[in-house]
Design a protein around this ligand. Structure first.
Ligand code: IMP
Ligand code: MG
Length: 184
């Protein structure tokens, strides 16, 4: 079996490959309906969103360009909460463009809230967010998410781009890690 070694670190599968594919189709359909033939810039948030973005973009039908950003935000409980650190910025100008931020998961909401604010300051024509996973129980900062895929419980998940310590991004499904992996 292809992912046997990785699979053994997973407690249980939360979202199957099939469910992910269905979700991507559903999100793409909504986005296609909303934008019609309006050109769109996908802003892909590295690294976790690359797998989702790759699947999603193939289902979108408008004229489309992509760009990448890598950001981090300090978690809640720190003085710097809400501060966003840009590790890699966009390489194109988004002024006057329709921007769709593509995210893997929304957790506290801190990163996306700050990022949306920051990009709005660059005067895009419109700016929206699309996420494949959402953990609303963990929300600290309210953020408007126009396209949301699957709501999941408050569990740390990996796969489909999501990592633990940079690993497990290549799992084709979303799963909950075994406790023993953290405790090692
Ligand atoms: P937040 O919404 O600002 O808390 O941050 C969201 C980011 O935290 C995501 O883009 C992920 O990189 C990471 N993250 C949140 N929850 C998980 C998880 O369950 N597994 C892996 N990464 C996660
Ligand atoms: Mg991460």
């Amino acid at each position: 079996m292809q992912n046997m070694l990785l699979d053994s670190a997973i407690e249980r599968v939360l979202v199957s490959e099939e469910q992910l594919a269905e979700t991507v189709n559903c999100l793409a359909e909504k986005i296609n309906t909303d934008y019609g033939n309006e050109p769109l810039v996908l802003v892909v948030i590295l690294k976790g969103s690359m797998v989702f973005a790759t699947d999603l973009m193939k289902k979108l039908s408008m004229p489309l360009t992509i760009d990448f950003m890598q950001v981090s935000s300090y978690g809640s409980g720190t003085v710097s909460k809400g501060f966003i650190n840009i590790k890699k910025d966009l390489s194109t100008d988004i002024a006057g463009k329709n921007v769709l931020i593509v995210e893997d998961i929304i957790d506290s909401g801190n990163t996306l809230h700050k990022l949306k604010e920051l990009l709005r300051g660059r005067n895009p024509k419109s700016i929206r967010i699309c996420t494949v996973l959402d953990k609303p129980d963990r929300r600290v900062t309210e953020v408007e998410v126009e396209y949301s895929g699957i709501t999941i419980p408050d569990e740390f998940v990996v796969g489909y781009g999501l990592d633990y310590d940079e690993y497990f991004r290549n799992l084709p499904y979303v799963g909950i890690l075994k406790k023993s992996v953290y405790q090692k």
